[in-house]
Ligand binder design. Sequence first.
Ligand SMILES: Cc1cc2nc3c(=O)[nH]c(=O)nc-3n(C[C@H](O)[C@H](O)[C@H](O)COP(=O)(O)OP(=O)(O)OC[C@H]3O[C@@H](n4cnc5c(N)ncnc54)[C@H](O)[C@@H]3O)c2cc1C
Length: 457
Amino acid sequence: MISTSLMDEFRSIVGNEWFLDTPEDLATYSYDGFLPEFRPDAVIVPGKTDEISKIMGVANRERVNIIPRGAGTNISGTSVARKGGVIMAFHRMNKILEIDPENMCAVVQPGVVNADLQKEVARYGLMYPPDPASMYVSTIGGNVALNAGGPRGVKYGATKDYLLGLKVVLPSGDLIKTGGKTFKNVSGYDLTRLMCGSEGTLGIFTEITVRLVPLPPAKATLQAIYSDLDDAAKTVSAIIGSGIVPTTLELIDRVVLDVIRDYGGAEFSRKAEALLLIEVDGEEVSVLTQGERIEKFCREKGAIEVQRATSPDEAEKLWQARRSAFGAVASVRPSCVVEDATVPVKRLPDIIRKILELSDKYRVQIGILAHAGDGNLHPIFMTDLRDKEEMARIDKAMEEMYEAAISMGGTLSGEHGIGIAKDRFMPMEFTGTAIELMRRIKRVFDPNNILNPGSFL
Ligand SMILES: Cc1cc2nc3c(=O)[nH]c(=O)nc-3n(C[C@H](O)[C@H](O)[C@H](O)COP(=O)(O)OP(=O)(O)OC[C@H]3O[C@@H](n4cnc5c(N)ncnc54)[C@H](O)[C@@H]3O)c2cc1C
């Protein structure tokens, strides 16, 4: 518990209006997408960098935990007060500070919502490629802290590939600047990259400079339906192996398709065992030929139905199944646990087979959504967190799934981060020496362990 005088000191930095401690406020900030409840002592909403430095100075002096928080959409439990403390929320710091078309970059505050940035830069004929499915709510600060990816990742990569520079308040309250507007920068250690994916444990981003690319003039969107999941997986390998780099290559399995159909999200054949949503972008001529080649691959590998959109409206319709997937699965059982196993793309059929096997072995309902083009799977366990016996079976299935993914050369997380959801699995992927090195890095930045303590380390 934080003393009243300390609360008053925090309150005096941001003003009464921006220091929240009513039971309703605390309840609101007790959860993120990972679901278990961790009640904070208070919530502070700074309006500028200077205030953040002051807050951290006080927090460091008094050993108060501070937990940075964007929109709270992460599904690994990294924006809640696991060990008590004060949530620092960024919804006041939500300004796009600069769009610089000549230097192809933008400078934003951490609370800017991803889709708002996308919309603004599009007015300049530019695009910010990282597009997490949560882009209409998640913030650039949260995206950087988790190195978010998205459906466009196959072609464009993830947040780290567009992060040019940061202003960061350290746990001590000191401000540092890393990187800048140049695309090339090899001065010193790459602190910008170290911060990216640091899950709010090393510093607080107060200004973020991101790289932009030209908005592609054309795109082709295709949907292919398969009566055999293996055929869909083989199509993925065929497309990637052919040298075509799709913008998006998403896979949805039968379990999720059935749920989407029942939910009224989209219509497709009852024979559907898998769906691929494929998009390519670029110049009109190349998009046209690539679209034709992809359609051919889909048919050759056994698709029972292929649709190629002929207008933006039709493309939007083809996206409908994918977009409604999370809403649909969330309606099946009281909770769903969305996982993030990732394998080299060639091992996609193997890991899918393994997940289906685990679903039978542990009698758990698992649907599969995948950013298949980069081997990033989101197996969704449909469950009820209150059912301890079922959760124990899910835990075993998850452990075996991650063991399998890592034995295939994969990783625990392609984009969702580790948090408290998967910290226990870290020794599967890293040696003790590597984990100790990460702990030491944390200690260098945050010797008093006040910034987001109890996360993946
Ligand atoms: C339906 C759904 C779909 C999703 N789809 C995707 C997807 O396609 N790709 C993907 O990568 N993720 C996805 N996610 C996960 C999540 O949306 C992303 O990880 C997103 O980046 C989190 O952003 P946020 O603003 O919600 O951050 P939060 O969840 O609030 O916080 C995430 C982390 O960022 C830290 N943080 C926040 N702001 C700062 C700051 N200013 N400085 C330092 N640290 C900070 C927090 O401490 C925490 O560790 C999805 C989630 C949901 C619910």
